[in-house]
Design a protein around this ligand. Structure first.
Ligand SMILES: Nc1ncnc2c1ncn2[C@@H]1O[C@H](COP(=O)(O)OP(=O)(O)O)[C@@H](O)[C@H]1O
Ligand SMILES: [Mg+2]
Length: 245
């Protein structure tokens, strides 16, 4: 039987995405990008080049001047506000540098938030916590956790509702290199296990090495890195030697 690759709906497509701030600060210029379901891509680039802007446009936190964001086959700009909000709630997950775990909720309550917002049963929260190595910690509060553990909670929360697409902005930026390595291994494994496609912005070569593909944002567009990412093994020199933040 023939594989019909053209019938696969990308997790994300950006078509001709452009964004200019103020009078003439061109950040994105007709950017095209396609992310396959389950693919894990790292985006690198100089500070101020527009990496967070790109994630914000995909997340709907900012709007493009022109071009389309297509999430799991839906052209977001063609949806009304309610439908766009619903789509993002169901199909997106977020991991931030600063964790953004809510301090007054238990770990289980933090992870259950996307389930509650999507009217899904909350039992999956405890399974997801266990999957990130925090079995039995559901009643703990965030203040009892290390940075690496907080980011595990954030990863569990990002994935618990089985989104199509995870947006991660410098997810290891606040972690020491050893912890970053462990959290990234877990992030990649859990993204793959749940079938989520992932865009991870990072300026760490070691972090980018876990990705299936590395792209560089420059001059308003995404370009293939001259380096291909190495297969992500356990604590290989390439994945741990140069983790800088
Ligand atoms: N809301 C905004 N208003 C004006 N300029 C902005 C805004 N957000 C970002 N910029 C500018 O756009 C450029 C890209 O920013 P950003 O996407 O945050 O870069 P990166 O994440 O790659 O460091 C920077 O020059 C920044 O100053
Ligand atoms: Mg940024």
């Amino acid at each position: 039987m023939l594989l019909r690759e053209e019938s696969v709906v990308p997790a994300l497509e950006c078509r001709g995405l452009s964004k200019t701030y103020g009078a003439g600060r061109i950040v994105l210029a007709h950017l095209d990008f396609t992310l396959a379901p389950g693919e894990f891509v790292a985006i690198m680039g100089d500070s101020g080049v527009g990496k967070s802007t790109l994630l914000n446009l995909v997340a709907g936190l900012d709007s493009a001047d022109s071009g389309d964001v297509i999430i799991d086959g839906s052209v977001v700009s063609r949806l009304d506000d309610n439908a766009a909000t619903r789509l993002r709630r169901q199909k997106l997950g977020f991991v931030f540098q600063a964790f953004h775990v809510l301090p007054h909720l238990t770990l289980a309550q933090n992870v259950a938030l996307p389930l509650l917002l999507n009217d899904l049963p909350t039992a999956a929260a405890l399974d997801m916590l266990a999957a990130v190595g925090l079995s039995g910690r559901g009643d703990d509060f965030p203040r009892q956790l290390s940075g690496g553990e907080l980011q595990r909670v954030a990863i569990a929360r990002a994935l618990v509702h089985r989104p199509k697409l995870i947006l991660a902005d410098e997810p290891t930026g606040n972690l020491d290199p050893d912890t970053a390595h462990d959290v990234l291994a877990l992030f990649r494994a859990q993204s793959k296990a749940t079938g989520a496609a992932t865009i991870m912005v990072t300026h760490s070569e070691a972090a980018a090495a876990v990705a299936d593909r590395i792209l560089i944002l420059s001059d308003g567009g995404l370009h293939a890195s001259s380096r291909t990412s190495a297969p992500f093994g356990s604590r290989s020199p390439a994945a741990s030697a140069d983790d800088v933040h």
